[in-house]
Design a protein around this ligand. Sequence first.
Ligand code: EPU
Length: 339
Amino acid sequence: MIRIQEHVDLLPYNTFKIAAKARYFVSVTTVDELRELINHPVYKQNTHLIVGGGSNMLLTGDYNGLVIKNDLRGIETVSENDATILLKAGAGEPWHAFVMFCVTNNYGGAENLSLIPGTIGAAPMQNIGAYGVEVKDLIQTVEAIDTTTGELRVFTNEECAFGYRESVFKRALKGKYFISSVTLSLTKKDHKLNTSYGAIQQTLDQQHATASIKTISDAVISIRQQKLPDPTVIGNAGSFFKNPTIDQSHYETLKKTHPEIPGYFSDNQKVKVPAGWLIEQCGWKGKTIGNVGVHPHQALVLVNYGNGSGENIQTLAQDIRDSVNKKFAIDLQPEVNII
Ligand code: EPU
């Protein structure tokens, strides 16, 4: 049975810790509750904002519609054999809790994605990724409910149209589906351990540890804790911008004036440049402006030190974007959803 609340403070529901109110708010814990909601007049007469962990959005003001908190929980085994196991997790399940479930049971594949904030349902939305792994590498299917008809649709991995921090749910089907569960494929043996990201191998070497699901997870947790602010302590939404991809010719030109510019070549004559480096070069790293700022250990992360507004963050983001554009002729694109 759903309960729609009015004028709800959204501060506990967004990791940027922005004080904003929702005109209406509802928590949905089952598919039946979602279907009940779809027939409710408040749903029919208002715009909707679906939230999971609220870890990838910036609220720029009150939300004058219905906020739907996805609280569908549970992890179950769909099938398994000697080599692999398929796990189906409710969209409202915290992502890190799912990773810890896999690590504890020695199921391989998700360990590089330890400590990423947010929920299972948000993971396919933006194809979360870190330390050489993206969630698209694990996703078998995504179950979602049509937000108009209430019908269930099962998306195959291909139908999700995953890209770098991209999926069909963010693009062509934006707002059209409510993700109810995700089924992921994990290994039970012959694990494909990924230590390609330098800092993971360095951490393992320092600890004289050999690579395993558990040691990689521990290494990732320790790297993230050193570099990234804990959203329960300092408001933030992880990387604020995406790492931009530029033409090789543009990169070569920049290399003449900035020989130390990092770049990762891809096969289509494009180069991915770390946005954190560009922002740091513009002098933003560690800067504080009023109640908001740029994190001192990772320039790609904007932070709210308390009482900062969504507008304060947005202004800071725009100023950063302008200075990067002026210095490097690169237009940074936000990774977070600006509401
Ligand atoms: N760098 C700097 N200064 C900084 C930050 C980064 O010079 O302040 C340069 C360095 O050259 C460094 C490179 O950027 O070697 C890469 O930095 P890092 O390894 O911290 O990764 P990132 O590219 O900044 C991406 C993801 C993170 C993910 C890490 C690790 C995006 C937008 N961000 O960051 O994801 O944890 O890689 O794999 O792709 C997130 O999406 O919220 C997120 C935290």
